[in-house]
Design a protein around this ligand. Structure first.
Ligand SMILES: *[C@@H]1O[C@H](CO)[C@@H](O)[C@H](O)[C@H]1NC(C)=O
Ligand SMILES: *[C@@H]1O[C@H](CO)[C@@H](O)[C@H](O)[C@H]1NC(C)=O
Length: 315
């Protein structure tokens, strides 16, 4: 992980305390899913898996974005470092928050996740807005510049985005306080009873423990695909690796792996990104961290079908 200088973000994000924001490079992109399909090689669809360094040995993963050309071929969309993390090898930005991003005080108490905790949010099979409404704040930002943050949509952007597409995945923020995991990897977590985490909405009685707001931002460099003469007649050209052309099937997975009480200490001690309780890593050291591919199938270049051909998709 690498702590960014948030100075690069001003005035977008004013000084904050105890809001952790770091870039994580990519460990591997392959058809594995340690949470939903443990031990299955390959899993039905492709994921990018990041994490595993310094004091944070957690794993974070999402689906992988492809472009579908009107001629029927697919090409993986390259990922780029977010604002403040330029030069990161793919990967994403991970946040742990005590209050909403715009609340610069970050004063609320949260209980850090416990060893063995894991969760997922989103449903890879969803294809409609009505289904996706079950989840709050799994969205996209059509980047006009790298600093664009609004508006967010639940579906893929419908027009070319000059500075790329940012996929935002925010996890639920209330925990039942008992189960580290549940069969659907979700029922042990819940959204606030009313309002949102950002607005200080209370946790429901069933899930009374307020945990950090975990959020992923992944920036996809769509530049080479923005020429609409290459887009299919059906509409926007991007598709998740599980075969979702709507964007409603975005999902994120998390396996907690912080050393000892490092996350709780970090959340409890007001800090400004370069948190004194935590170690930092340079972008170049971080980029050296990768895991060999253990599936061994082409995922790059022009492909006739998505890896694993998850939904038998052909244009
Ligand atoms: C589709 O277009 C791309 C880019 O020009 C090309 O590389 C690829 O071979 C084409 N695929 C087919 C099936 O013609
Ligand atoms: C985005 O992709 C374009 C086209 O391939 C490339 O020229 C540009 O350098 C990329 N941007 C970054 C930040 O890597």
């Amino acid at each position: 992980m690498h702590w960014s200088s948030l100075a690069a973000l001003a005035p977008l994000v004013a000084p904050t305390e105890a809001l952790l924001r770091f870039g994580c490079s990519q460990l591997v992109v392959q058809r594995l899913d340690p949470l939903v399909n443990p031990g299955l090689n390959p899993s039905p669809h492709l994921h990018q898996i990041i994490g595993g360094f310094s004091e944070d040995f957690s794993n974070y993963w999402t689906a992988v974005l492809y472009f579908r050309h009107r001629n029927g071929s697919y090409h993986r969309v390259p990922q780029i470092g977010n604002l403040g993390f330029e030069g990161t090898n793919g990967g994403m930005t991970v946040y742990y928050m005590q209050d909403g991003l715009a609340n610069y005080q970050q004063t609320s108490k949260v209980t850090a996740f416990k060893p063995g905790f894991r969760m997922l949010i989103g449903d890879a099979a969803y294809r409609s807005k009505a289904e996706a409404a079950r989840f709050r704040q799994i969205t996209y930002t059509c980047l006009q510049t790298p600093a664009t943050r609004f508006p967010e949509t639940m579906n893929f952007p419908t027009k070319p985005c000059p500075a790329g597409i940012m996929a935002n995945v925010r996890f639920p923020t209330c925990w039942d306080g008992k189960n580290l995991d549940t069969p659907d990897h979700m029922s042990h977590t819940a959204y606030p009873e009313s309002g949102t985490f950002e607005s200080g909405g209370p946790c429901p009685d069933s899930h009374p423990v307020r945990v950090p707001q975990l959020m992923f931002e992944t920036v996809y460099n769509t530049s080479q695909f923005n020429d609409q003469s290459m887009w299919p007649d059906a509409g926007q050209p991007f598709v998740w690796s599980q075969g979702d052309t709507t964007g409603y099937g975005s999902h994120g997975d998390y396996v907690f792996g912080w050393k000892g009480d490092a996350l709780q200490r970090a959340m409890d001690s007001p800090c400004y990104v370069n948190c004194p309780t935590l170690k930092t890593q340079s972008v170049s050291a971080m980029n050296k961290c990768s895991v060999p591919d253990s599936v061994g199938e082409p995922i790059d270049g022009w492909l006739d079908e998505l890896p694993g051909n998850p939904s038998g998709m052909k244009l």
